[in-house]
Structures are given as C-alpha cells and as structure tokens.
Write a protein that binds this ligand. Structure first.
Ligand SMILES: [Mg+2]
Length: 184
C-alpha cells in the first residue's frame, strides 16, 4: 500500500473513533524508522517504516497534533534525518535528548510547550520501560513491535477511546443527578 492508501485508511479509522487524542507522540528509533540513529551517518538517506508517513499525514489532516519524544544520544543525526524526510515542520514539539528517566522528562517538556494534558495524548514506543513510565503519567501508551503501522494506530485509538469514555463515565457518576426527575 502506498502513502496515500495508508493515509486514506488511517483517516477512515479515525472517522470511526468516538474520541481522538489532541496530540500523538512518537519515539524515533524502531518506532518511526527501523534503525538506531547513532549507528548511522548524517550522509545516509533514512527511510521510515512503510506505513509511518501515511499515518503522520492522516493525523495532520484530522487536526491531531504530532510530536517526537526520543532518547537518542545523537540528536544532530535525528534532526538531519527528519529534515531529509521533509517532516521537521510537522511536529509541534521535538524532544530529542538522552536521559536517565524513561521519557517522563520528555513528556513534561511536551506538556509545558503544548499545554495539552497527559490524558489527551497518545504515545507510541518500542521499549516497554518507556511505555510503563509514561502511561503512569496518564498518557495512553502503546508498545509497537514492528514500527508504527495501521494496526498499532487502530489499537492506540481504541485504547485511547476506552480510557476517555471511562473518564467521562466517572465524571457523569460523580455529578449530582437531576433532582427534577426525582421530585416528580
Ligand atoms: Mg525506540
């Protein structure tokens, strides 16, 4: 399937969702592209996973913001690659720095920059320790096994919708019931 095919299918998937996240955050290595930047040279021409580009464009089409959270020790190579792929201007935040925490500081920065609450975010990463740490912050976090693809997107959006609807359910339960009906 080409980029346009993936984009159309992703738009269709999003059209079926009751809730969409306001921001989707992506890891880079083994999430958007199938390699570690630090093992590559800036002169290389990078390639994304086959469905990644179509998904990024579909999110933009639907008005969902996108951002990067990467612990790459070579942000200069990562930035060069994003530039070469023509993606750099698409992201509302790009946090690319190595860190001892499992991306919690990346997400704090993204939250400060965008003002988008954690429970309005969806995150894709290939490392379970990052998924574990970031999901504790309230971000719906999805572990990818073979990079971002339509299957992972579907899974992410449905987990996000589920947690949103349970939140809404809780809010409804905690608000006082209409007394009018009870009086009658
Ligand atoms: Mg990774």
């Amino acid at each position: 399937m080409g980029d346009d095919g993936v984009r159309n299918e992703a738009i269709e998937i999003m059209g079926l969702c009751q809730f969409l996240p306001r921001l989707v955050v992506f890891d880079l290595d083994y999430t958007l592209w199938p390699f570690y930047c630090e093992c590559r040279s800036k002169c290389d021409m990078p390639k994304l996973y086959p469905q990644a580009k179509g998904i990024l464009y579909a999110l933009k089409d639907k008005g969902v913001h996108i951002a990067i959270a990467s612990r790459s020790p070579t942000p200069d190579i990562a930035n060069t690659f994003l530039d070469k792929l023509g993606l750099k201007s698409m992201f509302v935040a790009q946090e690319i720095f190595s860190s001892w925490t499992h991306k919690t500081d990346h997400f704090q920065r993204i939250n400060r920059k965008t003002r988008i609450p954690y429970n309005e975010m969806l995150f894709f990463d290939d490392e379970d320790r990052n998924i574990e740490a970031v999901s504790k912050m309230g971000v719906t976090s999805i572990l990818v096994g073979n990079g971002v693809n339509l299957k992972a997107l579907k899974q992410g959006l449905s987990s996000f919708s589920q947690s949103r609807s349970s939140l809404e359910g809780n809010n409804q339960n905690s608000s006082p019931k209409s007394s009018k009906t009870e009086e009658k």
